[in-house]
Design a protein around this ligand. Structure first.
Ligand code: PLP
Length: 418
């Protein structure tokens, strides 16, 4: 019996079945401690976008650690990589002139955006605008605000009321539902709408045609902040642009990011704040304090890794490679839609896809079984199998992934333990 309490786990089941321990990674492959090799279908957990084993990133981290590993950026303190990274993010942000608030990960970014949104309205003299709206199927991390915004069944239950006066949820694919919900609550009570441009952990759902433009418009009309949660979709994952917001022509008020910022080589997140919002906080002489931040906000080593990661993405044209993978994944996975165990294949927007199986239990079991066929992945949403590889996955490797999925789908289903 090990000492590790695994996140997102059925603790009893892990205790019985044991752990799957990984030892090494290279490109789109990982090896377990027994030396078995696996295609990494998820890129860690939607983050190793440049692939495993990139020594450039290890060197950037080591060099910064030897120079100044980290210093907090509270008050007027800063470090050079932190400043350089903020400028670099401003240059690629969906809204020009954005300011960058650093965090330690995606859940931090979400709670930062939630507090910024509520505080924005306080500073605007409208403190009654407190309600945060999210969508069914949404995943916005695991801190208090993010959990309260969850649209994945079960993720919110078991903790009591998380955010008093509070939160509301709308159907993931209906702009009309957003409009009527806002009108029901009263636009004068709604602070912000949180929206993953492409739903990730909820099972990989692309927005219906025109949906994002419409919900952005509804937020503008009702004076509600639009928060694009780009923790998964940011930094090229949706292909053709640094951010899904740019690809879809959105101008979010706040953009939450993490994961692909460092390709997971160091834990780091950031909130990109459009001028409309930050100007309210930065009024000279107004003495507005934002008493919020983290010990590791702007961590110098993480920032150095992020800079090296962005260099690498640019040098290797990986944002374009993600657009290639969009096509490739759609092509190689499409034939699996005909398999008797697959009810739907979702693909075609970015380097993300999902195989929908009949039940959550079937997907959980398949995610373990497919390891016997050389693939590491996981179940997400309600019965989906996640596909979100590193952008360096070749067309041949993508085909190999689809072939291995098919072999595992064809294999006899093991009986559920009684
Ligand atoms: N938002 C989205 C869309 C995510 O997918 C995730 C994590 O998967 C988060 C927020 C939370 O990020 P983290 O797990 O780094 O806290």
């Amino acid at each position: 019996m090990g000492s590790l309490w695994h996140p997102f786990s059925d603790m009893g089941a892990v205790e019985t079945a044991g752990e799957f321990v990984l030892a090494r990674g290279e490109g789109v492959r990982v090896w377990d401690t027994a030396g078995e090799r696996y295609l990494d279908a998820t890129a860690g957990l939607w983050f190793t976008n440049v692939g495993h084993g990139r020594s450039e990133l290890a060197e950037a981290a080591a060099e910064q650690m030897r120079t100044l590993a980290a210093y907090s950026t509270f008050g007027d303190y800063a470090t050079e990589p932190t400043l350089r990274l903020a400028d670099r993010l401003e240059a690629i942000a969906p809204v020009p002139g954005s300011k960058v608030f650093f965090t330690s990960g995606g859940s931090d970014s979400i709670d930062t955006a939630a507090k910024m949104a509520r505080r924005y309205w306080v500073e605007q003299g409208r403190p009654e605008k407190t309600v945060l709206v999210s969508r069914s199927k949404a995943y916005h991390g695991m801190h208090y605000a993010g959990t309260a915004l969850a649209g994945i069944p079960g993720n919110r239950e078991g903790y009591g009321e998380l955010v008093p006066d509070g939160t509301a949820q709308v159907g993931w694919d209906s702009a009309e539902d957003l409009r009527s919900t806002i009108e029901q609550i009263g636009a004068d009570r709604v602070a912000a709408f949180f929206c993953e441009p492409v739903i990730g952990a909820g099972g990989v759902y692309a927005p219906p045609e025109g949906y994002l433009t419409e919900v952005r418009k509804i937020c503008t009309e009702h004076d509600i902040l639009f928060v694009a949660d780009e923790v998964v979709t940011g930094f090229g994952r949706i292909g053709g642009a640094w951010f899904a917001s740019s690809r879809f022509g959105l101008e979010p008020d706040l953009v939450t990011t993490a994961k692909g910022l460092t390709s997971g080589y160091a834990p780091m997140g950031a909130v990109l704040v459009a001028p409309r919002v930050w100007e309210t906080f930065f009024r000279p002489g107004a003495g507005v304090w934002f008493r919020h931040g983290y010990t590791y906000s702007g961590h110098a080593t993480a920032a150095a890794v992020a800079l090296a990661n962005l260099d690498l993405i640019e040098r290797e044209g990986l944002v374009q490679e993600a657009a290639r993978l969009e096509q490739t994944l759609a092509r190689v996975l499409a034939p699996l839609a005909g398999h008797e165990r697959v009810t739907e294949v979702r693909s075609g927007v970015g380097a993300v896809a999902a195989l929908q199986l009949e039940t959550p239990a079937a997907a959980m079991q398949f995610a373990v079984r497919v390891r016997d066929f050389g693939v590491a992945t996981r179940a997400c949403g309600a019965g989906a199998i996640q596909v979100s590889p590193a952008f360096v996955m070749t067309d041949e490797e993508a085909q190999e992934l689809a072939d291995r999925f098919r072999e595992a789908l064809d294999a006899p289903v093991q009986a559920e333990p009684a």
